[in-house]
Design a protein around this ligand. Structure first.
Ligand code: ASP
Length: 320
């Protein structure tokens, strides 16, 4: 199974066949996770450190469960309480941790590019758990797995990604992945929440939900990321919900069997109506969380295989 990467920093460098490989392996890990004995030794003897410089509930828990299910020794570093507070730089923290010889570093950071920088300073595999507005590769992979399982395929689908696109690393990683797999991607939201370089991605852009959702197979809602906004991007939450919040009236424009997704955390009554989020016939939000664990197991397993073969080669003296 090929996955020729030292790190998982983004979707951008991945080949479509590599994406398919991650998803195929993740399917197997869904089965393992549903079994009464949820244990493999794929990461046995390896140390995984989770470093979250930004708050997280599901992603951190998901990486922790994934590592433990594969037998890794998992440690969560609370970066709020760390030496960063005492003025240590990101690089010094990375070098200190590197000296403890971890094998997998899972990093979330509020600045775009910070995880790539860190990866260039350490000897282990680094997984990006979200960096600023840049990428969130495991989220896009878990979304892809959810779509593939719900729709039976991951190509030639019409997918509407709706809401705060400008501040969303989830939107960015998803539109790259879904484009690579030859889907029709639409971005729907107010012009103030569209990134300026959107033309580069070859997607369709709509500022009207009815038009943007017309005939869609998948409706992916995004959270309004107020923590990344430095001004008035929307008139009011009430007005935003009225125009862009997903309710049954707007959803009626999508295909009758369209699925509804949201990466969480959700603001009910702001970007999505609570009854739609809870409607098990339309919403796959809980499946997304389940697929998250399986995808993270697959990604860490593949990176660990590469790490082991790189180390074996180095021990034999032939450098890679
Ligand atoms: N949990 C996702 C992220 O970390 C989406 C969000 O926060 O809205 O980017």
């Amino acid at each position: 199974m090929t996955f020729r990467h030292r790190h998982l920093l983004g979707i951008e460098p991945l080949h479509p066949a590599e994406i398919t490989n991650v998803l195929d392996l993740a399917d197997r890990y869904v089965d393992l996770s549903r079994a009464p004995h949820k244990r493999s030794d794929a990461l046995a003897g390896l140390t995984q450190i989770n470093m979250f410089f930004e708050n997280s509930t599901r992603t951190q828990a998901s990486f922790e469960i994934a590592g433990k299910r594969l037998g890794a020794d998992v440690m969560n570093m609370s970066m709020q309480a760390s030496s960063i507070k005492k003025g240590e730089t990101l690089i010094d923290t990375a070098l200190t941790l590197n000296a403890m010889r971890p094998d997998l570093l899972v990093v979330r950071h509020p600045h775009s590019g910070a995880v790539n920088l860190l990866a260039s300073k350490v000897n282990c595999a680094v997984l990006n758990a979200g960096d600023g507005k840049h990428e969130h590769p495991t989220q896009a992979l878990l979304d892809a797995l959810t779509i593939r399982r719900a729709k039976g395929r991951l190509h030639r689908l019409t997918i509407a990604i709706c809401g705060d696109i400008a501040h969303s690393r989830v939107a960015r990683s998803n539109l790259i992945l879904l484009g690579k797999m030859e889907n029709r991607v639409r971005l729907v939201g107010p012009p103030t929440l569209m990134p300026s370089q959107i033309g580069e991605f070859g997607v369709e852009v709509y500022d009207d939900m009815a038009k943007g959702l017309e005939g869609a197979d998948v409706v992916m809602m995004l959270r309004l990321q107020k923590e990344r906004m430095d001004g008035g991007f929307i008139p009011s939450e009430r007005e935003y919900y009225h125009r862009y919040g997903l309710d049954s009236e707007k959803l009626a424009h999508a295909k009758p069997d369209a699925i509804v997704m949201h990466p969480g955390p959700m603001n009910r009554g702001v970007e999505i109506d609570g009854t739609i989020a809870d409607d098990i016939n339309r919403s796959v939000i809980q499946e997304q969380v389940e697929m998250g664990v399986a995808v993270r197991m697959a990604a860490m397993d593949l990176l660990a295989r590469n790490l082991r073969s790189e180390r074996d080669t180095n021990t034999e003296g032939t450098m890679v």
